[in-house]
Every structure is written in C-alpha cells, then in structure tokens.
Design a protein around this ligand. Structure first.
Ligand SMILES: Cc1ncc(COP(=O)(O)O)c(C=O)c1O
Length: 397
C-alpha cells in the first residue's frame, strides 16, 4: 500500500521513542529512573474527577458542539479575564483534544504552501512536524544559552522574509523552562506587528512558574497584539490532566470559526465528560495547583544544584515548566569502556543502557549539545537518578 508524501514526511516523536525504550526496560524488571516524561506525576485533583463522574450520571454523554460546550467556553473566557487580563467572547474560543490538537488546528488554518513559520530553537518537537503537515516551511532560529534561550528582537529580524507568516512563541518553554518578561514580549511584538506576522502563543506551562515570576500572555501586551495572536492553553499540565485530553485556543472570531469548522470534520467535539471535568478545573479551587508548584520548585532547585555541580556541565536556571536543559558538550569526544560519546544522543543512549536513567537528547529540540531532564518525578527518584548520572559522567574518559 502506498503511503502519501505527507505521511512519509512525518518523523516519529523522539520523546515518545525514548520513553517507549525506558518502559520496555522497566517491564523486563530493570529499575529505570525516568527523567524523560513530560507530564506531572501528581494525580488529577478529586473535585475534578467528581465533576466527571457527575457528568456521566447526569447523562452528559452525547455529542457536544464541535468546538466545545458553551459552559466550558464560558469558563475559559472567565479564566482569560481573571488570570490574563484578556477579554474574549465565547465565539473566539475553540476547545480541542489537548493543546497539541489546538496547535495542529491553528497551523492548519493559518498556513499554506509557500508560508514560513519562524520557530525559535530549542523547540518542542511537535511544532516542527505540525508546520510540515500544514504544508509550510519551518525557519528555525537558534537562541543562545547566555540569553536564557530567549529570542531577541535582533535575532528575530534577521530571519524575517516576505514569506514569514507565523511566529511560534512558547513561554514558559519546553524544553528550556525559559520565561519571557512583559518587556521582552513587547519588543518582539513590535517587530512582529511591523511585518504583519501572526503569533501562535503556546502557554500550556503558564501555571508552572517559580521564583515569584509572573506569566504574561503576549496577547495581553496590546490590543494590536491580541488581534494578531492565537493563544493556546489547556488543562493537561496545570491540573495534572494529561490523559483527559482537553486543550483550547483563543483567537479572532474568523480564525476560531475556521479551527472549529476543521475540527467538525475530524474529531468533532472533545470528550463530553472531559469537558465537564475541565469546567471544574478552571472554575474550582486552585490550591492543588499551588501545592504542585511548591513541590516542583523544590525539585528544580535540588536538581539544578546537582547538575551544575557536575564538572563541565552548565545549565541556566529555568523559571518555569518542569525541565532542565543542561549543556553536556564538554563530554563529547570522551568514551565509556571504548564506547564513544560524540553527541547528546550517544550520551542519552549510554545513560539509559548503562546508568538506567532516561533523558531526552537535545536533537529532539533542535540542539545536539543538550539533554532534557524532566523533574516531574519524585524527589527520591531525582536523588537516585542524579547519583547515577554523576557516576556515569565521572567514568567517561
Ligand atoms: C510545549 C507544549 N505544548 C503543548 C503540549 C501538549 O499538551 P496537551 O497534552 O494538552 O496536548 C505539550 C505537551 O508535552 C508541550 O510540552
């Protein structure tokens, strides 16, 4: 059977493949410590689960409008007003099957062949594939470690062409944890508006912020920027609801309509029960989120101290999300028992097979000098995993 060119162009997610290898090792009885995962290790709060059970009992088990229930859209509108200072109407909101799906819809309705999407690296790997699937071309622009992996207006200007159509922004960032300030967003926004470039702003890690940092949506910086931005968010990371699959987008009404129309011919509505649970997540008590953030911050501090204590490794302090993104290039050219380490992928394989610690090589995010470590795992695992990493790196010669 012939596969389409579109299908042949898809690269499998490297984050999922290392996870699969780690799971396989675990299944065969090996105690793998996984720093590869991209989801909170906490359970969904009880009041959210209860809302789902109530929805089932109340018969909320049928099709809903393709772009989401009015109740959930209203809860999202209220959330944007309360937390982001953004005023939307319900016809500007589209609820999808996870933020990944919201992003997919956004690229599909905004991009076409010939368009360029400016993608700052390091980037979350699915952006690249989704840009390709929309027929557009990703223009990857490397950010610098010394700038906390944040793009500067000058770096942005250098890659803009007449074909630049969309700019992808992800703050807080996966994989670096970098968080843009209001001033930095305003400066980037000015350049983007000047060239009439649409912004897709992925704010899925909005609530996972440390050191008292504040999340700013670029859409809230000015009314013009709001008109030029599709904001993407969801409940997966903030409420430990990765399996429920609810994400959402806020956009100018014609864009939101196009996204909902597209969705009406693919998935139709996201699961009715998960939508009811998401209403409870957004409208209900937020103390579970706060408790999770306190725990993540402790783990980040510990893991960062440990990683920066390893000779040769540098890692900027991430302000958000739940990842560290250390530069491990000082170890390239070394070897372990005759096995060479020439790049981060070699190192990640060695860490998994010898130290039994799963990490994601930076190549997955467009930079092979780095590995990504997720601290969405227990403190006990973090301690054990860091001991193992330290020991293995110490044994390289
Ligand atoms: C940057 C980023 N955006 C979006 C998503 C997707 O979130 P969801 O689970 O809601 O699809 C992820 C998940 O890993 C992510 O890291």
């Amino acid at each position: 059977m012939r596969l389409s060119e579109r299908a042949l162009g898809i690269s499998p997610s490297p984050t999922l493949s290392i996870d699969a290898k780690a799971k396989q090792m675990k299944a065969s009885g090996i105690k793998v410590i996984s720093f590869g995962v991209g989801e909170p290790d906490f359970d969904t709060p009880d009041h959210i689960k209860e809302a789902a059970i109530e929805a089932i009992k109340a018969g909320e088990t049928r099709y809903t409008p393709a772009g989401g229930t009015l109740k959930l859209k209203q809860a999202i509108v209220d959330k944007f007003r309360r937390e982001n200072g953004l005023e939307y109407q319900t016809n500007q909101i589209v609820v999808s099957v996870g933020a990944k799906h919201s992003l997919y819809n956004a690229f599909q309705v905004l991009c076409q062949p010939g368009d360029e999407v400016i993608l700052p690296a390091p980037y979350w790997v699915s952006y690249l594939e989704q840009i390709k699937l929309a027929g557009a071309e990703a223009v990857i622009v490397q950010t610098r470690e010394e700038n906390g992996f944040k793009l500067t207006p000058r770096e942005l200007k250098e890659v803009i062409t007449a074909r630049s159509r969309v700019f992808l922004l992800n703050s807080p960032s996966n994989p670096t944890g970098g968080v843009y300030t209001r001033d930095e967003l305003a400066a980037l926004g000015e350049v983007l508006l000047e060239h009439n470039i649409t912004i897709i702003s992925d704010e899925i890690y909005e609530k996972l912020l440390y050191d008292g940092l504040e999340h700013v949506s670029i859409a809230s910086v000015s009314p013009q920027l709001k008109e030029n931005t599709v904001v993407i968010n969801g409940v997966s990371k903030a409420y430990a609801m990765t399996g429920w699959r609810i994400g959402y987008a806020a956009a100018p009404a014609p864009v939101a309509k196009a996204m909902a129309d597209l969705q009406s011919h693919s998935t139709s509505n996201p699961t009715s029960i998960a939508q009811a649970a998401s209403v409870a997540a957004l409208n209900g008590p937020q103390d579970a989120v706060a408790a999770m953030v306190v725990e993540f911050e402790k783990r980040r501090n510990y893991m960062l101290e440990r990683i920066n204590a390893i000779p040769g490794i540098t890692c900027p302090k991430p302000g958000g999300a739940f990842y560290l993104y250390p530069n491990v290039s000082a170890y390239f050219g070394k070897s372990y028992q005759g096995r060479p380490v020439n790049n981060a992928t070699d190192l990640a394989n060695l860490l998994l097979e010898v130290a039994e610690v799963a990490v994601v090589p930076g190549i997955a995010f467009g930079g092979d000098d780095f590995i990504r470590l997720s601290y969405a795992t227990s403190m006990e695992n973090i301690k054990e995993g860091m001991d193992r990493i330290e020991k293995l790196l110490g044994a390289l010669e």
